[in-house]
Design a protein around this ligand. Structure first.
Ligand code: ADP
Ligand code: MG
Length: 520
């Protein structure tokens, strides 16, 4: 019974509390802008006591300022009573009460003062710290900018010096002078005479030839330059004019062609190189033998092949690659060379149906004595469509020169596939496939690394083999060779020497068969 009465009194008090307005102490939030005094909080509302840090202009430090007053009855007001009002630039806090009149006079809200500079969080930093941070960032940006400009200038200077060095080493032919060039010499005579050096014509002779060239028409465009048909003293030559930004490619290709013992029947015949001008404008030329039939890529578009022609193209191409890959020892030895961009567009077709390897802008040389590749070879170079799996997934062992040879062999396998598609099944059978680029049916026109990676590494796809290739010994042998060239594991691929042997055997089998063919 007694408990019942106590509950009833408490309920009554609660009811009175929520229905009665209360008087609060006020300071800084008083009605009619009074300085301090009291205010009346409506029924259901609260008195509050708040503290907030403000900047004292005299001492330039943060000091806590306390204020008191009545909260309006809306929810926002009540929400504010729930403690710290964070986040905020300076700490603030509030406490509320509603049990007695003037109950807020002795309420002390808890707040954490701003930490001293250096010990606080980012959000509580002194504004001057921001200025310092801004200044430091700007300084760093400026230093980086100056470094970049210096680097670009040094590269430009280095390039200029290299060009000037090349020009002064070669000497400068006068306008009408023909240094070392007897008026009647033909190119082959000149090359024959200088073959003792093993590395091409003397530089001054090269520069003289370059001066006397007459350009005729553009015959092809690649990644690094445009190739022209030109005339020198009535002889037809090809002139590759490098794009101005590609001087590294010109230096590399010129260097490779001038490597001792580079000359070979199945390597594009080098005649001369020249670089003119300096500063913003430089013209870089490379003069070589000219081949009417153009690249193997062009040739296969318009021609179908009998077995003899197909094997000749394939065999002579691998003879060129094998010569490149082979290191020749001795005083006038030849370093091993890896091409790194083997593809049908970089193989040219001679009138006699043999092929030559061209475009050495990416090649690397290797001398087993020094055990060193002559330039720092970057891993992802070449034409994406022809990139070997180890190049695409970046597992290529860059420290081993052998890896670069394996990369060439993979690409050669794809070229062999392009040739075999255009090879007729047998005499009097006119069936063969249309010309296509490798992976034409799996990747877009200009495939990305990822397109190629997905196909070649993830799905381990290789070009499709038409069923007719199985019905004939030549086509079957070519298929066997190509599939052993494009093996996923680089170490399991055939070497150039091995392919050369297999194709030589195939070539002589075909020749014997032709000789013994009955004449009707
Ligand atoms: P890039 O380095 O720009 O790729 P290339 O040396 O590969 O240049 O030549 C580009 C194209 O020019 C070749 O695919 C080929 O069609 C044509 N070409 C290059 N050299 C000759 C040449 N000596 N005779 C005939 N055509 C050539
Ligand atoms: Mg090319």
């Amino acid at each position: 019974m007694r408990t019942h009465a106590v509950y009833s009194v408490l309920l009554l008090l609660c009811f009175l509390r929520t229905t009665r307005s209360i008087v609060c102490f006020c300071l800084g939030h008083c009605p009619d802008n009074q300085l301090n005094g009291t205010c009346t909080a409506p029924a259901g509302s609260h008195c509050f006591s708040a503290v907030e840090e403000v900047l004292d202009p005299e001492t330039d430090t943060l000091v806590p300022e306390r204020t008191y007053g009545c909260l309006p009855p809306d929810e926002t007001g009540l929400m504010q009573c729930k403690g710290h009002l964070v986040p905020h630039f300076y700490p603030r806090s509030i406490s509320c009460c509603s049990d007695l009149d003037l109950c807020n006079k002795h309420l002390v809200p808890i707040y954490s003062p701003t930490p001293e500079a250096g010990e606080g969080e980012v959000g509580a930093l002194d504004p001057s710290v921001y200025h310092v941070a801004l200044l430091v960032s700007l300084t760093i940006c400026l230093v980086i900018f100056i470094l970049l400009v210096t680097f670009a200038y040094l590269r430009y200077k280095q390039r200029e010096d290299r060009i000037q060095r090349y020009i002064s080493e070669a000497g400068s032919p006068g306008d009408n002078e023909e240094f070392g060039l007897p008026g009647t010499s033909t190119l082959s005579e000149l090359i024959e005479q200088s073959s003792g050096s093993g590395s091409g014509l003397p530089l001054l002779v090269q520069r003289t030839i370059a001066k006397q060239i007459h350009m005729l028409s553009s015959v092809g465009k690649g990644r690094y330059g445009e190739v022209w048909l030109a005339r020198w003293r009535g002889e037809r030559v090809a002139v590759k004019v490098f794009f101005t930004t590609e001087e590294a490619s010109w230096f590399r290709e010129t260097e490779i062609y001038q490597t001792v013992l580079m000359r070979h029947d199945n390597i594009l015949g080098f005649i001369a190189a020249d670089i003119k001008g300096s500063g913003g404008w430089t013209q870089m030329l490379l003069i070589t033998d000219y081949y009417d039939l153009g690249s193997l890529y062009d040739f296969l578009q318009n021609n179908v092949l009998d077995h003899e022609a197909a094997v000749k193209l394939a065999l002579t191409a691998i003879q060129g690659i094998s010569h490149l890959h082979t290191e020749i020892f001795g005083t006038k030895g030849k370093p091993a060379i890896a091409h790194r961009d083997i593809k049908s567009k970089n193989i040219l077709v001679k009138k006699d149906g043999s092929s030559v390897i061209a475009d050495f802008g990416l090649a690397v040389r290797y001398n087993s004595e020094g055990n060193e590749v002559d330039i720092a070879p970057n891993t992802r170079v070449g034409t994406r469509r022809y990139m070997a799996p180890e190049v695409l997934d970046e597992t290529l062992v860059t420290s081993s020169f052998e890896s670069y040879k394996c990369v060439d062999m993979y690409a050669y396998g794809l070229v062999l596939w392009e040739i075999t598609r255009r090879t007729l099944t047998a005499d009097k059978v006119t069936q063969c496939e249309d010309y296509r680029l490798p992976y034409y049916d799996c990747v877009p026109h200009d495939p990305s690394f990822d397109d190629m990676y997905q196909v070649v590494c993830v799905k381990e796809v290789r070009p499709e083999i038409p069923s007719r290739w199985n019905s004939n010994i030549t086509l079957r042998t070519l298929y066997k060779v190509m599939s052993e060239c494009w093996h996923q594991n680089p170490n399991a691929r055939l070497t150039a020497l091995r392919v050369k042997k297999s194709l030589s055997r195939l070539d002589s089998d075909i020749s014997t068969a032709v000789m013994h063919k009955p004449i009707y």
